[in-house]
Design a binder for this molecule. Structure first.
Ligand code: FES
Length: 564
């Protein structure tokens, strides 16, 4: 049986996306007013050919109705009025938009579809700018409300996507420039219409006649507009508010379940309240970076009381739990709706100061994002024995020489040193435009590191008894890339299974007595000839199945294949 929450979420997203595309194209059409009214009309022909074709038009109306219904549903089922500023803005704009939209739809949709009026830009601009200054203000307010509502929704949907975070300036420019250009277009067209009206006494009459406008049509549009704005809108709003408050009072009287927090704080809630809502109701700071959409895990909690009677995870939560392999007593507070008393501890609980310091925020690339990256690990073999037989200064000297060529090899192949771990190095190749190139570069870097070591061994011939050896492991896959750490010590790094596997492959070079092991997935993605590698299967700790891998005894042997 489909999960109702997931279904509603998808309905909201898909209907919202359709409406957003409509709004973007509509505003782009408005922007043409900066050029001229005629340019707006020309743009409108393309706009209407698409949006008023039967199938698309019904999809659009359907999306509008669905978005309205799921929005009302979301408002009605909300158990707390404690909202963030962004949520308040989104909800208030959602409530006000229908009021302004009613008059606009009466003119455009009802006028064109029922009264056979041509709602072209000349007509729309003339009737507002020449006859109805309040209408100009109304359309301006509606445009701003629609855009703010849409922008908050789109931001919530995309805020964790890498392209969104990495192109933040572009995104911001889009959010600000788009409505500004649309308003400038609308205002410029208004000025043009007024200018034409003052120069040509027949301009207004011609515009009205061309639009098939008559006094009867005007009265009918006004009647429909008033019906929508002053009868249907207040009625629906009062119904929703009445329902919400009746439900609020009813659930308040039934707050017979207790949520206990570690500091001894206890809050009473009604059945079906989510733990996140309970925390908000209790005035506790409970992280919820994605706003309760089950997309971030910052709200996760550990359940300290008996977990046997907990409701099973819904599909949104299950997807996260399966993927991140949470313990069975770790749940998402925004998704877990309680049916009995419960004792929990939020696992990420930040004070305001901490929130500022812990660099793991949503507003920039500091947000962790999931990306496909390449991770390379190197480790110097036998270095411990060497350090035992050398003076510390000599050890530092050798180590620095080693680090120099390793870093040079990684950077020359467009990688980035992520961290030094003792005598080991972790590097990331994160080319989001061409992952195949990143894979190829990482193997080339391994070859260059091996060549660097050969040179170092020649240099140190007279000083060391045994040659230095190296182990390198490389793997590619999904990892969370983000700014992690505390205060000034935070830096961008990657975590996740891909990192662990790369590290494990590096360790396996000892067992296989070779310099380089790469995963087969990486080898395939690199799209280069790798016949000089030996195919094998390796055991990765924590994984049930053997993993296909490719082995090269001397990584520098790959250098001769580099150009292929
Ligand atoms: S708030 Fe993001 S998953 Fe719960």
């Amino acid at each position: 049986m489909p999960d109702i929450n997931l279904t509603i979420r998808y309905l909201r997203i898909f209907s919202g996306m359709i409406l957003f595309v409509y709004v973007v194209t509509h505003l782009a059409n408005h922007s043409l007013g900066i050029i001229s009214l005629s340019a707006m009309e020309a743009g409108r022909v393309i706009f209407l050919n698409f949006w008023r074709s039967t199938a698309i038009a019904y999809t659009l109306y359907g999306a509008l109705i669905v978005h309205l219904i799921v929005g009302i549903y979301a408002l009605c089922v909300r158990k707390t009025t404690k909202l963030s500023f962004k949520e308040w803005v989104r909800n208030i704009s959602a409530v006000l938009i229908p009021f302004f939209l009613a008059s606009h739809l009466a003119m455009t949709l009802y006028g064109s579809r029922v009264l056979n009026l041509s709602d072209n830009y000349h007509f729309m601009i003339v009737v507002t700018w020449v006859f109805d200054p309040v209408g100009v203000a109304g359309l301006t307010v509606m445009l701003i409300l629609v855009w703010v509502h849409a922008a908050i929704g789109i931001h919530g949907l995309l805020q964790f996507r890498q392209f969104y975070i990495y192109n933040r300036r572009l995104v911001l420019a889009f959010y600000w420039l788009f409505p500004t250009l649309a308003l400038l277009g609308y205002y410029s067209a208004g000025m043009e219409a007024k200018g034409k009206a003052s120069l040509n006494a027949d301009f207004i009459l011609e515009t009205l006649v061309n639009s098939r406008y008559s006094d009867e049509i005007g009265k009918e549009i006004l009647r429909m507009s008033n019906l929508g704005q002053f009868q249907i809108f207040p009625l629906v709003l009062i119904s929703i508010l009445s329902f919400y408050f009746a439900r609020f009072l009813w659930t308040r009287s039934r707050r017979d379940l207790r949520v206990t927090y570690p500091n001894g704080k206890v809050t009473s809630v009604s059945k079906g309240t989510s733990i996140l809502e309970a925390s908000q109701q209790a005035g506790l700071s409970h992280e919820s970076v994605c706003g309760g959409r089950g997309r971030c895990t910052t709200c996760r909690i550990k359940v300290l009381s008996d977990i046997t009677d907990l409701p099973p995870p819904n599909q949104i939560e299950k997807r996260v739990i399966d993927r991140l392999k949470f313990d069975e007593n770790v749940r998402l507070a925004c998704q877990l709706r309680i049916k009995k008393d419960i004792k929990v501890v939020p696992l990420i609980s930040l004070s305001k100061q901490e929130t500022g310091n812990i660099r793991f925020q949503t507003q920039s690339r500091m947000a962790g994002t999931e990306s496909r990256i390449v991770v390379l690990f190197t480790d110097l073999r036998g270095f411990t024995q060497l350090s035992d037989s050398k003076l510390p200064y000599d050890v530092v000297y050798i180590l620095n020489k080693y680090f120099r060529f390793v870093v040079q090899a990684i950077e020359a192949n467009k990688g980035k040193v992520d961290k030094f771990i003792g005598d080991g190095v972790m590097a990331i190749f994160n080319d989001q435009n061409d992952l195949s190139e990143a894979c190829k570069n990482s193997i080339n870097a391994a070859a260059d590191i091996s060549k660097g070591l050969e040179k170092l061994n020649i240099e140190l011939q007279s000083e060391i008894e045994n040659e230095l050896r190296i182990g390198i492991g490389i793997h590619m896959g999904n990892a969370i890339v983000g700014q992690m750490g505390y205060g000034k010590t935070s830096s961008e790094t990657a975590i996740g299974d891909t990192v662990n596997v790369a590290s494990r492959l590096e360790q396996l070079t000892k067992e296989h007595k070779c310099e380089l092991i790469i995963s087969k997935a990486l080898g395939d993605a690199a799209k280069v000839k790798l016949e000089h590698f030996t195919k094998t299967s390796v055991n990765i700790r924590g994984k049930k199945d053997l993993m296909k891998a490719l082995i090269l005894e001397k990584a520098s042997d790959h250098a001769i294949y580099k150009t292929q």
